[in-house]
Design a binder for this molecule. Structure first.
Ligand code: ADP
Length: 440
């Protein structure tokens, strides 16, 4: 399948050649596929709107390539450009941009006027759309008399009036209350899933990422990482590195601005489920960062864990410090084998050591079980470990197979044990991942 939108090394510079020249995107690469719902997510000023306007055909790239449906819109004649902007792309804005001096129905039909559709047909179609988006019987009103939620529903209808392939939504719910937000998001979801339109949304609301197939995290004019939503059936072909849906992906949704190292830190800190207060936790994160970066060994970590808080430590009991240091040290050490395996796997570079790595990883997981596993259990566990680390099965499948009975092809351990072993393995997988999402 060909991407419907493709950016290659896209650079967009404002005020080119002037003293206030500013490079808003610095070589952006992305491919969006027909039928995808994607979000542009990132701090203010990172270049989201810049890319939007560029796709819309009103901000010409200064370098690189931008293709929409395989064509460069900036090569179009003025007539072709109008057609492109009305028939290929629909757009809705945070500020609605409805025209107050004409009625709702006229606002909706406006984009059709350029296409010479007969007035009666245009109006009938516009009314149908208004009805579809919950604005039946409101066509004669003027935008001034509508609530924010109603205004946005009118602009959704307007954006769909020419049946475009792509819908751009620039912070569509930025000005709306929670009820209207839900309505508008439901409309966008339906436009994507029922009408099969490609939807690209700029949002600052992390909760809305759940609607998307993929999230494009942007920062400082660059695409930092792309995270597929594990809960949605993917349209784009996801490369091998992305198949492994870990806690890391989930964490990166909750903490979009954190670097991979910071996410690894959070993952380990979560693992040490302790009753620490906010300040202790904050300091603990700093500490674990050194461990994750291999700048602090187990002994030093242990020492600072039990040192009193006023003296710069975390202030946990001796016993707890020992458990925590053991846990973290173990995961970090064991993750080296996961890292080695993943590296070979990704480069398709298998050596004789591969079965050895899987055996060792299997042993690490088996050690987390209370009792000794029987031969057949170990054999099945090994298979599961291989399947999970290769991305062939999900975390959930891994866990369920662990607890399924031996007769049914499972490993036959208790529910609690299956949870514990799965959790431990996932921790190893995360710590053994190589800066996921970067440099794709
Ligand atoms: P976002 O949508 O992610 O908030 P923008 O794409 O609007 O970010 O802006 C990206 C960067 O480009 C910002 O630093 C912004 O100040 C700058 N910028 C945006 N528009 C202009 C413009 N017309 N002239 C100069 N700089 C601009």
């Amino acid at each position: 399948m060909e991407p419907i939108i493709k950016l290659k090394d896209l650079e967009i510079t404002y005020n080119l050649g002037k003293v206030n020249e500013y490079k808003a995107t610095k070589g952006m690469n992305m491919e969006i596929y027909p039928g995808e719902f994607v979000a542009f997510f990132g701090p203010s000023g990172c270049g989201k709107s810049t890319v939007f306007y560029s796709i819309l055909g009103i901000l010409e790239p200064s370098d690189g390539q931008l293709l929409v449906k395989g064509q460069n819109p900036y090569s179009y004649s003025p007539e072709e450009m109008v057609r492109f902007q009305t028939k290929t792309i629909g757009i809705i804005y945070q500020a609605f941009y409805l025209i107050n001096s004409i009625s709702v129905i006229d606002n909706v039909v406006l984009p059709q006027i350029f296409h010479g559709v007969n007035p009666r047909r245009r109006e009938a179609w516009a009314r149908q759309l208004l009805k579809r988006f919950g604005m039946e019987g409101q066509g004669e009103k003027y935008p001034d008399n509508l609530s924010g939620g109603q205004s946005q529903r009118v602009s959704v209808a307007r954006s769909m009036v020419n049946n475009p392939d792509i819908l751009l939504a620039d912070e569509p719910t930025g000005n709306l209350d929670s009820v209207s937000t839900k309505q508008v998001m439901t409309s966008l979801d339906e436009i994507n899933s029922v009408d099969k339109k490609t939807v690209i949304m700029i949002t600052h609301n992390a909760a809305q990422l759940a609607y998307c197939h993929r999230v494009f995290y942007m920062k400082d004019g660059l695409l930092e990482r792309v995270v597929p939503n594990p809960d949605k059936k993917q349209i784009a072909k996801i490369d091998k590195q992305k198949i492994l849906v870990t806690e890391m992906d989930q964490l990166s949704k909750i903490f979009p601005y954190n670097s991979p190292t910071e996410l690894k830190v959070k993952s380990l800190v979560n693992y040490m489920t302790q009753d620490l207060n906010f300040h202790q936790l904050q300091r603990l994160e700093e500490l674990v960062k050194y461990v994750v970066e291999r700048k602090m060994d187990k002994k030093e970590f242990h020492r600072i864990l039990k040192r009193n808080y006023p003296d710069g430590g975390i202030g946990v009991s001796e016993a707890l410090a020992e458990t925590m240091a053991d846990k973290v040290d173990k995961v970090i050490r064991q993750s080296e084998d996961a890292r080695r395996f993943r590296r070979r796997f990704l480069s398709n570079n298998f050596f004789a050591e591969e079965p050895e790595l899987i055996s060792r990883l299997t042993r690490y997981i088996a050690e987390e079980n209370e009792g000794e596993l029987a031969f057949v259990q170990k054999k099945r566990l090994k298979e599961l470990v291989y399947n999970r680390i290769s991305g062939l099965i999900s975390r959930e499948e891994f866990k369920l197979t662990l607890r399924r009975s031996l007769d049914e092809g499972g490993v036959g351990i208790s529910k609690n044990a299956s949870r514990k072993l799965t959790n431990h393995f996932e921790k190893i997988l995360i710590q053994g991942s190589e800066d996921p999402g970067h440099g794709h």
